[in-house]
Design a protein around this ligand. Structure first.
Ligand code: ADP
Ligand code: ZN
Length: 733
């Protein structure tokens, strides 16, 4: 377990000048034990105490964290109330940190010189036919690997070694990077001629890159509708930074980190791009990270953790889809990469561009208040590609023959059929995987996970019930354990059921489904996408996996099956999320020459989140939502921290949590607002009871420092109840 304490050690003479913050070193710790690894936090002038032990040596199997990043790690530990060790850990990918992954080496054979080779061939004659062939082969294929030489000539490695010994050829060991793109064919692209709007945004970026200090701002919010050409702006901003010898980081949400996205950067900048995300093998991750570390690349594209790419001359950080909640890490350190990007940018003098079609209210407020600069791309790059027409379908008016509400409205069925006839493609969106959300018996019983207080999701294909919180899988039951009957209904619908309904409604249509149940690896993902791109699929059904980033010109219809899905969650951001999701999904339609159309099925047609998404109007949504947040003192008008407690005994949790809440309330009176610890909306996960308390404060460094000391203290003193703070929480579950 982490001690989260710092200890002082002396730097022995032989290591003076070599120790820097961020480095891993071995130090004596405890009596008679083996030295243990520790991270250098800071250097201090010769201390007064005389009983200090000496650092033993530097661990050189692990690269050192650059000092600037080590400082960022300290900031993360302080701000997000976690241990220094947790923070430092997130700075290095595990493939690098573990010290277990090694660079891949291969052998290559080269002739020492043509003269030597000729000499050998003349001397050897018929005695050494195989070796002579190997030499001839290497004349034509310098650098061939021993295996290749053997396949072509029959010369085995010992024979090649013998030749090396005689000085005829050299066998060199070289690094062979495991390149995630080794199989990709990428057509290079050149900068496009910018539109007026793009040009204006670009000018703004260039001026901020040139002299950031003029107005003290180093963050630009780039608000551009879908298909406005934000990515082209990013690409040209990066090009400028590279011209001046700088480095750039591009963050995209994990879910939109498709090969399609990454390829655009590779196509423009080729080998200067490294890719960092969790879909890589450990070996690839190691190699990609080391390329940054050794300064062999200047651009890193990746998900959240790519923010910690160890560049030494960072000049630009781009956070695409800045509103995306996947930038927030759900385990310690619970950092938000967008916010940490702003901090890293400030620390290292880099410009930070936050891009989105639907900015978060936090970033929007920062732009409106002048803290961030703002550039807008209100139109699609090609004005003839107008934004799709959005039609709201009131599901309260829909009935099928049996007087029930159908999943597909008449309008949606009609429009999908039109598309199939016209040879155009449709996307159907529902943010819930599985067949039906729950099974429910006629007696009312709903099978529920015994460890988590949530209903099982029914998956028809595998005839199983799956708890989406803990992953428990049980066979689907056929008789009700309460009443003994077997009259189960399906409540709520998931993508799996939509797929089978669509199959029945649109006979002959080619349908594919894309969600985390079907997309179990990146290859499958690429397979479906390329089939869709080439027109081999008429209807693509999916969860939010298809909401982002995909760019298919032949998609002219997007149907949202149930827009209300996230609207009534117990979360003050429910409207914001619904608005963002609908706007993103709608952006998938009509990216080509044919005008796009979007149908939104809802039971709440007057809801502002849905109306504003239909109008493509962020401004209206902000105008509607901001006053509510202000009134209730929710972010962006306060900082929200959620205190999480969990344990086996609810009485004990309540008592311990109550004590802490009282201590905080006494120490920090208004304007800090703290609620009582109450059972979480999901009361139990994996058998443990959960309690939450929320704290809302104006920016208050003293409070955070105090809270951190409470968290650390708790780790040392309280046994049966776990406690952590989720600073700037995005989830209230
Ligand atoms: P966004 O990220 O804002 O949704 P993209 O950058 O993905 O938009 O652009 C959408 C499409 O428009 C891309 O295929 C891109 O190549 C094209 N595009 C963007 N800007 C221009 C431009 N100035 N000239 C020509 N094509 C452009
Ligand atoms: Zn469970």
């Amino acid at each position: 377990m982490s001690l989260d304490r710092t200890f002082d050690y002396l730097i022995p003479e032989r290591l003076v000048g070599r120790i820097r913050p961020g480095m891993k070193v071995n130090v004596p710790f405890g009596k008679g034990r083996k030295p243990r690894p520790a991270t250098v936090v800071r250097l201090i002038p010769r201390p007064e105490r005389s009983d200090l032990k000496e650092i033993v040596d530097i661990c050189d199997d692990v690269p050192e964290i650059p000092a600037s990043l080590a400082r960022l790690g300290e900031w993360i530990a302080d701000y997000y109330c976690c241990t220094r060790e947790q923070a430092l850990k997130s700075l290095l990918p595990s493939a690098v940190r573990s010290g277990k992954v090694k660079p891949k080496k291969i052998r290559r054979c080269y002739l020492a010189s043509p003269e030597k080779a000729a000499e050998y061939l003349a001397k050897a004659g018929a005695r050494a036919k195989v070796r002579a062939q190997a030499i001839q082969f290497l004349t034509l294929h310098p650098g061939a690997q021993p295996d290749t030489v053997q396949a072509a000539t029959g010369a085995k490695l010992p024979q090649l070694r013998a030749l090396a010994k005689e000085g005829v050829l050299n066998i060199e060991e070289v690094r062979a990077d495991r390149d995630p793109f080794r199989n990709a064919v990428i057509q290079p692209t050149t900068p496009l001629k910018l539109t007026g709007e793009q040009g204006a945004a670009m000018e703004r970026i260039f001026s901020m890159l040139g002299d950031k200090r003029s107005d003290g701002r180093h963050v630009l919010l780039l608000h551009g509708v879908t298909c406005s050409g934000k990515t082209e702006v990013y690409l040209q901003a990066i090009a400028r930074v590279l011209e001046e010898g700088g480095d750039a980081i591009v963050l995209v949400p994990e879910i939109s980190l498709t090969p399609q996205t990454v390829t655009r950067f590779r196509a423009r900048f080729g080998e200067r791009v490294s890719v960092l995300h969790s879909g890589l093998t450990q070996g690839e991750r190691y190699d990609e990270w080391m390329k940054v570390y050794r300064g062999e690349v200047s651009i890193a594209v990746g998900a959240r953790s790519a923010l910690f790419a160890p560049f030494k001359n960072l000049k630009l950080i781009i956070v695409d889809e800045e509103h995306d909640s996947s930038y927030k890490q759900s385990e310690a350190p619970r950092y938000n990469a967008r916010d940490v990007a702003v901090v890293r940018g400030r620390m290292e003098g880099a410009l930070v561009i936050l891009g989105s079609a639907t900015p978060s209210l936090e970033s929007w407020q920062n732009a409106v208040s002048g803290k961030y600069a703002l550039a807008s791309l209100p139109n699609r790059w090609d004005p003839s590609i107008v934004l799709p027409h959005v039609e709201i379908v009131d599901m309260r008016l829909e009935k099928d023959e049996e007087d029930r509400v159908p999943m597909f409205s008449k309008r949606l069925v009609e429009e999908v059929r039109n598309r199939i006839h016209a040879g155009e493609q449709s996307i159907l969106f529902l943010n819930k995987r599985g067949y039906s959300r729950q099974l429910q018996c006629a007696c009312g019983h709903v099978p529920t996970c015994p460890d988590c207080s949530v209903a099982y999701t029914y998956h028809k294909h595998s005839a199983s019930l799956i708890c989406h919180f803990c992953g428990r899988i049980v066979p689907a039951i056929t008789t009700c354990p309460v009443c003994g009957q077997s009259e189960f209904h399906y409540v709520g619908t998931g993508t799996e059921r939509i797929e089978s309904l669509a199959g029945a409604l649109f006979q002959g249509a080619r349908i594919a489904r894309m969600d985390s149940d079907t997309m179990t690896n990146p290859q499958k993902y690429e397979e479906v996408l390329s089939k869709f791109r080439s027109g081999g699929i008429d209807i693509l059904i999916g969860t939010q996996m298809i909401a982002k980033g995909l760019d298919f010109p032949n998609v002219t219809l997007v149907g949202v099956l149930n827009a209300d899905m996230g609207l009534y969650l117990p979360d003050f951001r429910a409207h914001e999320r619904t608005f963002q999701l609908l706007a993103q999904v709608a952006g998938r339609a009509g990216r080509g020459e044919v005008h796009g159309q979007v149908l939104i099925q809802t039971f709440s047609p007057e809801n502002p989140a849905i109306l504003c998404a239909a109008e493509h109007s962020c401004a209206d949504f902000f105008a509607d939502e901001l006053p509510i947040r202000k009134e209730l003192l929710f972010p962006p008008f306060s900082h929200l921290t959620v205190l999480h407690f969990d344990g086996e005994d609810p009485v004990q949790i309540e008592a311990k949590a109550g004590e802490l809440v009282r201590r905080i309330a006494e120490k920090f009176p208004e304007p800090l607002e703290i609620g009582d610890a109450t059972p979480a909306p999901i009361e139990r996960i994996k058998g443990r009871y959960r309690y939450l308390a929320t704290v809302r404060t104006p920016p208050n460094a003293a409070f955070r420092a105090y809270l951190r000391s409470e968290v650390m203290n708790w780790r040392r003193t309280v046994k049966d109840v776990e406690f952590y703070a989720d600073v700037d929480a995005l989830s209230l579950l």
